[in-house]
Write a protein that binds this ligand. Structure first.
Ligand code: SAM
Length: 264
C-alpha cells in the first residue's frame, strides 16, 4: 500500500468518507490543496500532520465535501417546481414528503420551503415535510441555525426577506420558525446504501454527484428510485445526468431542468 492509499484508508476510518466512491482525481486535487496549505510535501507528511493536528480533520472534511450553495440556485428549476411539479403532486396527495439530499448549509431546503409555504397558505388542508440531509455535520448545524449574511440574501426578493426572515442586530438574517417547522435536518451519507425515508414524492439531489464515480452515481439513482412513490419526481443539478444503466428507471419530465419521474 502506498502513502496515498494509507492516507485514504485513514480518512475512511476517521472521517467515515468513502474515498473510493469519489473520482480519484477529485480526491487528489482536494488533498493537494490541503497539503499546500499545511506545507506538507507528500501524502505521508500530510498524514503525520493530520494525526498531530486534530483541528485539521474538520478542515479536511470541508475540503472533501465542497459546500458551495445559494438560495434559489438556478432559479428556473424553482419556477418549474412552483408551476408544474408541486401543483401536480398536490393534485394527487394532500401531504407531500420531500427529501433534499446533500443540502449543505440549508439554502436549498429553505428555498423549497418558501415555495411550499405559499401553497400551504392558500389551502389549509395541504401539508408538507422536507427531510434535508448532508454528510457534513458542520454545514448541517449552520443549516439548522438558519442564520445568513446579507450577501447570501441577494437572490431573495424584498417580500421573501420580509416574510421569512428576521433581521438580527448584527446585520445577519435568521429564518423564521414557520419555514424551519417544514424541515427536519439529519446527517446522512448518500453512499451508505439506505434512503432517509421511503414513500417520497420528490427527491432533490443537486450538485452533489459531480464528484462521485459512475457506479456510485448509478447506485444513488437506484436508491432514489427505490425511495420514491410511483410517478414521484427526482431533480438533479443542471450539469448532472442519469447514467446509461439507470436512465430506464425514470422518464424525463423537464429535460433542460433535469427533472425526472419515477417509472415503475
Ligand atoms: C455543492 S453542495 C450542493 C448543495 C445544494 N444541493 C445545492 O445544489 O446548492 C454539495 C453537498 O453535498 C454533500 N455531500 C458530499 N458527499 C456526500 C455524501 N456522500 N452524502 C451526503 N452528502 C454529501 C457535501 O457535504 C455538500 O454539502
Amino acid at each position: 500500500m502506498d502513502d496515498f492509499d494509507t492516507l485514504k484508508q485513514h480518512i475512511e476510518q476517521t472521517l467515515k468518507i468513502q474515498c473510493n466512491n469519489y473520482k480519484e482525481d477529485y480526491i487528489k486535487r482536494r488533498l493537494l490543496s490541503r497539503m499546500r496549505s499545511t506545507n506538507s510535501t507528500n501524502y505521508g507528511e500530510y498524514l503525520r500532520y493530520l494525526k498531530a493536528n486534530q483541528g485539521e480533520y474538520e478542515v479536511l472534511r470541508n475540503a472533501l465535501t465542497i459546500n458551495v450553495t445559494e438560495f434559489f440556485r438556478d432559479n428556473d428549476v424553482y419556477e418549474i417546481l412552483k408551476k408544474d411539479v408541486l401543483p401536480d403532486l398536490f393534485a394527487k396527495r394532500k401531504r407531500l414528503r420531500i427529501w433534499c439530499a446533500g443540502c449543505s448549509t440549508g439554502e436549498e431546503p429553505y428555498s423549497i420551503a418558501m415555495i411550499l409555504h405559499d401553497f400551504l397558505n392558500q389551502d389549509k388542508t395541504l401539508a408538507a415535510q422536507i427531510f434535508a440531509t448532508d454528510i457534513d455535520k458542520v454545514v448541517l448545524a449552520k443549516a439548522q441555525e438558519g442564520v445568513y449574511s446579507q450577501k447570501a440574501m441577494v437572490k431573495l426578493s424584498e417580500s421573501q426577506i420580509h416574510h421569512h426572515f428576521t433581521k438580527l442586530p448584527d446585520g445577519n438574517y435568521q429564518v423564521k420558525p414557520h419555514l424551519k417547522e417544514l424541515i427536519r435536518f439529519r446527517p446522512h451519507d448518500l453512499m451508505g446504501g439506505t434512503p432517509i425515508s421511503r414513500w417520497l414524492d420528490l427527491v432533490t439531489c443537486r450538485n452533489v454527484t459531480i464528484y462521485f464515480t459512475e457506479p456510485q452515481k448509478d447506485e444513488l439513482a437506484r436508491l432514489f428510485h427505490d425511495a420514491l412513490v410511483t410517478d414521484g419526481y427526482y431533480i438533479m443539478g443542471k450539469t448532472e445526468y442519469l447514467g446509461r444503466q439507470v436512465e430506464n428507471l425514470f422518464v424525463p419530465s423537464n429535460s433542460v431542468q433535469k427533472i425526472f419521474r419515477k417509472k415503475e
